[in-house]
Design a protein around this ligand. Structure first.
Ligand code: T4K
Length: 370
């Protein structure tokens, strides 16, 4: 293969479409601190995503850390080990103890059946992840949260534009956070957001992301600098015009992979998620024992062909040094997550991936399986 095929490539608006935004920034010299493009992007995203209140952030991790602050979450929080490390790091940054609970083998999200057993008097919240944009069992999680008086913050970093039958999945729980990192479906280079259910919560979050300033002389909380700048917001506005086309390209790639990989023994594509609208943010496959090579051998074989697939999420968060001593981190307490993490490979998926390129990727896998 001539050029490296990465797991993802940023999807960018045409350069000339950025020009008017740049001219306006240069003309009015408002670079950050809630300028006009920041406000426009908040409004445009609310409309596009079908939610009422969005606060933009410099990145998704700061959004997570701030969401926990906004709800004054303390003590222990139940979360998944099968995610990007930022999910659990946001807890440590708030002095909160993560309690890992195993995942469901179908959705790969927190298994609602196993949450209750992990609740203690110290538990104050649940932090589930819609992994790969596949919706969590939101109704069941809410029921548990209501029974035990817990907050629910969804890490929806992968779930831009995902909908269940009643609309955006970002409306579930007390808060949802998004990431607009370069590797995400919708990107502002670095960026993120918190989706709030009401204006009062959004206001508190907006104070928190701006050092706690309520006005020039009033600080209402020990806030942080989490603000998105005007350049990032402008990129978001320009990109939003092309997002529907990008999402349909992703859907087409997903369909084609499924056709090409369907009959390879030991390669399993995940069943389509239980969502009314999916974003195809990742294309995970499971390398099962029936495949000739191990998962890592296949990963290496792909690299030999310049295919830079990724093992999202291996290692599990619970295996990293700052987590592994926790009682909930043992493989025996998260066996499904451990097995999944040992089998998964995420194949390249992004709007400009050519049909010929994905056919080549599938043929490397097919040949490796012979
Ligand atoms: N929660 C969850 C569930 C998350 O997945 C994430 C982030 C967060 C929270 C935190 O959100 P942020 O604070 O990041 O907004 C990447 C991303 O850095 C990270 O944002 C993402 N999750 C995670 C799943 O993936 P790496 O270490 O795999 O990134 P990297 O640099 O190896 O990039 C992967 C591939 O993407 C590269 O091989 C090539 C391509 N790429 C990447 C970048 C940065 C480009 O083509 N251009 C680029 O600019 O973590």
């Amino acid at each position: 293969m001539s050029k490296p095929l990465y797991v993802t490539r940023p999807f960018l608006p045409p350069l000339e479409e950025l020009q008017p935004y740049l001219e306006e920034i240069w003309a009015n010299r408002q670079l950050t601190n809630g300028g006009p493009f920041h406000q426009q992007l908040e409004a445009a995203l609310c409309k596009y995503l079908g939610v009422e209140h969005i606060s933009l952030f410099a990145n998704g991790t700061l959004a997570l850390v701030t969401a926990l602050q906004a709800l004054r979450v303390t003590g222990e929080v139940i979360t998944t080990p099968y995610s990007f490390v930022a999910t659990a790091h946001s807890l440590l940054w708030n002095g909160i103890k993560p309690v890992f609970v195993d995942i469901d083998p179908e959705s790969l999200n927190l298994d609602p059946e196993k949450i209750e057993a992990a609740i203690t008097p110290q538990t104050t919240a649940i932090l589930p992840v819609h992994v790969y944009g596949r919706p969590c069992a939101t109704e069941r999680i809410q029921k548990i949260a209501d029974t035990y008086g817990l907050k629910v913050i969804y890490d929806a970093a992968h779930a831009f534009a995902v909908e269940d039958r009643d609309g955006s999945i970002l409306r579930h729980g007390d808060l949802s956070i998004l990431s607009f990192h370069a590797t995400k479906v919708f990107t502002t280079f670095e960026g993120g957001a918190i989706v709030s259910p009401d204006a009062k919560t959004k206001k508190r979050i907006d104070y928190l992301k701006n050092f706690g300033f309520a006005d020039e002389v009033t600080i209402v909380a020990p806030g942080i600098n989490g603000k998105m700048n005007e350049l990032q917001a402008a990129i978001g506005l320009a990109q939003l015009k092309h997002i529907d086309a990008a999402l349909s390209e992703r859907a087409a790639i997903d369909r084609r992979y499924r056709e090409l990989l369907a009959d390879i023994p030991g390669i399993r594509c995940l069943p389509a998620p239980d969502s009314a609208r999916h974003n195809h943010s990742y294309f995970p496959i499971m390398v099962e024992p029936a495949f000739v090579l191990s998962r890592d051998q296949l990963y290496d074989r792909l690299r030999e062909h310049d295919v830079y697939a990724r093992r999202y999420f291996y290692p599990l968060i619970s295996e990293f040094p700052m987590y592994r001593a926790l009682p909930s981190a043992a493989h025996s307490s998260v066996p499904v997550a451990a097995l999944t993490s040992s089998r998964v490979i995420c194949l390249p998926i992004f709007p400009q991936l050519a049909t010929g390129e994905l056919e080549l990727i599938a043929s490397v896998i097919r040949e490796a399986g012979k």
